[in-house]
Each structure stands twice: as structure tokens, then as C-alpha cells.
Ligand binder design. Structure first.
Ligand SMILES: [Zn+2]
Length: 356
């Protein structure tokens, strides 16, 4: 059954090069026996049969999105259904023009579901005796059935959005740093650019399902009487990614250096990771989403972030870039002015549509 699916998809491909690539990949020691290899345009998936095609299509779309906002890329993107990328696989794919991402395996997906059920049950059974709580948890877990058995599930829309987000990160890192390993790479979340610029590149690549969730978070904040944007811009431009420290700690724990860090976390790892994050990472993503929307809407320039990234890279400061380029883009001249402009835009963007 597995070879049939791979064969059918590959037959549709006109690109012989990629078919050769799949054939070559299958000979490699790191190629896992349950994988198929499927290429769609500029995306490649080495994954389970029921998942590979959607993953490859998502990556193809992600490269297109990245190029719309930044610049034509020399790279395609591959995803491998493994929680930790083998270095040999990354090198093999890099030589053939692909950046690589690891992805949720069936085991880590089952762990994620189990730990989320556990969290829910713990929250719902507060105030009960430990014995009652343990009983309720056992019952809830039993109802899940055997998550590790059966056919793999097709990826959810949120998972595909998360994959596109991660593709945005690695494409941006390649765009900004290339093969250079900047001295400060350890103290940054993605590329050597400020964390907010990295996160913008990733958020711009997300699908509608994730974006809707971000806007829902903004409305929740408004309902609580808070501004939709979690941070002042001056703070946002300076802050480190809330998960930076957690990522460093994880890297140290797993004993892995540099890019080989595990991206997909099992239940326990994920909880530890959140505990070690400073504040709520979702606020950082929401801020990035709103600032991206504001800039696109105000400047009417889809390449505005490419211009910022190039400007910051050339002379190191967003403030200097803004001062030199604000006029033609319809932006305020400095960060204080931009703050006011952004604040007004956010208020207006959410006015009169409480739950659309
Ligand atoms: Zn991100």
C-alpha cells in the first residue's frame, strides 16, 4: 500500500530531478522505512503516506509566500517526519537545494494529545481528592483509546499553519544570514536579526486558520479591557523571543548544538519548554501579526519587510531605516510617532466588529 501511494504521486511529477532525488534519498541509511517521498513544486516531504502530500503542498505554498514578502529564494524546503533531524539528512538535502524541517511523528502527536487531556482533567478536577483525580484521569485517557495504533491522521489545518510558520523562519534565516554563522547566533531565536523581524517572517507565512486564532486572541484582550496589541512597539523592537531561553535550555539538555535542535516536543518536553519561556509566546506572535498587518496596510508595499531587513542589515538600526525611508512609505518618522500611528490603526482595525 505504501509504495502505491508514493508511486501514484510521483508519476504526476514532471520534474525528473526531484524524482531522482527521492530515489537517491530512499537509498540513504537515514531514510525511514515507513516514509514515502513526495515532491510538490518547491516542497518535499519525507513522511508517512497519509501526510506527505499535504505537507509537501504546504511547503510549496510557503516558499511562494516567502518570496512574495521578501525575495526570490535559491532554496526549496523539505520536511522529514522525525522529531530530530539527522545531520546527514540535512546535509544531503542542503546539497540539493533544500532547507530541512523536522515534523511531528505519530508518537509525539500521541504524547501531545495525552498531555493536553491531562491538563484539562487536572483543571476540571481541582478540589477533588488525589484519588478521585487519578480515577478521572485514567478514565479520560482510556477513552482516548490506543493513540499509538492505527493509521496516521492527515495533518490538521493548525499543524499545516505551524509548518508554514517554521518554513518562514528557515527561509528568512537563509535570506538574512546565508551560510554565515554570526557570532551572536546563540543569543538569537532565529537569524541574527532582531527577534521581532524573525517572527514577522514566520507569521506572514501562516495560514488563515492560525491567523484567525491570533485575531481571536486580540478580541479576548479587548474584552478584558486591554489593548489588542500586547506590547508597545519600543518594547517589541527590543525584546527577545519569550521562548529564547527555553530553546537554549532545551538545546543544552538535548546536548545538541546549533541547528540540529529538536523542534517538535513531546508532552513532557513541551510543558517544560513553556515553563521556561518568559511570558506567553502567543502574545509575541499576536504582536507580530498586528504589526505586520499595520505595515502592509499603511505602506501598501508587500516588500516592506524585505526593505526593513536589508536596511537593518546594512546599518544595524530600525530607527535609522525608518528615519531615512518613512516618507515614501507613509510612516511616521520615528518610533514614538510610529507607536501612535500603530496604536490608532489597531483601535480602528478592531472597532465595531466584536465577533466577526
Ligand atoms: Zn516563530
Amino acid at each position: 500500500m505504501v509504495p502505491t501511494i508514493a508511486h501514484a504521486s510521483e508519476e504526476r511529477r514532471k520534474d525528473n530531478q526531484t524524482t531522482d532525488l527521492c530515489e537517491e534519498a530512499r537509498q540513504m541509511e537515514w531514510f525511514e522505512s515507513e516514509w514515502v517521498c513526495i515532491a510538490e513544486g518547491r516542497g518535499l516531504a519525507l513522511a508517512l503516506p497519509d501526510q506527505a502530500e499535504q505537507l509537501a503542498l504546504t511547503l510549496d505554498g510557503a516558499v511562494t509566500d516567502f518570496e512574495r514578502y521578501f525575495a526570490p529564494s535559491n532554496h526549496n524546503v523539505a520536511v522529514l517526519s522525525t522529531p530530530a533531524l539527522p545531520a546527514e539528512a540535512t546535509a544531503f538535502l542542503k546539497e540539493r537545494g533544500f532547507l530541512s524541517l523536522p515534523w511531528i511523528t505519530e508518537t509525539s502527536r500521541a504524547d501531545l494529545i495525552r498531555s493536553s487531556v491531562e491538563r484539562q482533567v487536572r483543571a476540571q478536577t481541582q478540589g477533588m481528592s488525589e484519588e478521585q483525580r487519578a480515577g478521572a484521569l485514567a478514565q479520560a485517557l482510556a477513552q482516548l483509546g490506543d493513540l499509538d495504533a492505527g493509521a496516521p491522521h492527515p495533518p490538521s489545518a493548525l499543524e499545516l499553519g505551524a509548518l508554514a510558520h517554521e518554513a518562514g523562519h528557515i527561509l528568512f534565516k537563509e535570506f538574512y544570514d546565508g551560510d554565515a554563522r554570526p557570532a551572536n547566533s546563540i543569543t538569537r531565536y532565529g537569524s541574527s536579526a532582531a527577534d521581532w523581524i524573525d517572527e514577522l517572517a514566520a507569521v506572514l507565512n501562516e495560514n488563515d486558520d492560525l491567523t484567525k486564532g491570533r485575531y481571536a486572541n486580540a478580541r479576548k484582550r479587548l474584552e478584558k479591557g486591554e489593548p489588542a496589541n500586547p506590547f508597545a512597539l519600543a518594547e517589541f523592537f527590543e525584546m527577545e523571543h519569550p521562548s529564547l531561553r527555553a530553546a537554549q535550555a532545551l538545546r543544552e539538555r538535548s546536548g545538541k548544538a546549533g541547528d540540529n535542535v529538536t523542534l517538535v516536543l513531546s508532552g513532557e518536553e513541551a510543558e517544560q519548554f513553556l515553563k521556561e519561556s518568559r511570558g506567553d509566546p502567543s502574545e509575541f506572535y499576536l504582536q507580530a501579526r498586528l504589526f505586520a498587518d499595520f505595515m502592509l496596510d499603511t505602506t501598501k508595499d508587500q516588500r516592506v519587510f524585505a526593505k526593513i531587513a536589508n536596511g537593518v542589515k546594512a546599518d544595524g538600526s530600525f530607527e535609522a531605516w525608518l528615519s531615512a525611508n518613512h516618507e515614501e512609505l507613509g510612516l511616521a518618522a520615528d518610533i514614538v510617532g510610529l507607536e501612535a500611528q500603530f496604536g490608532a490603526w489597531v483601535v480602528q482595525a478592531f472597532a465595531g466588529e466584536p465577533d466577526s
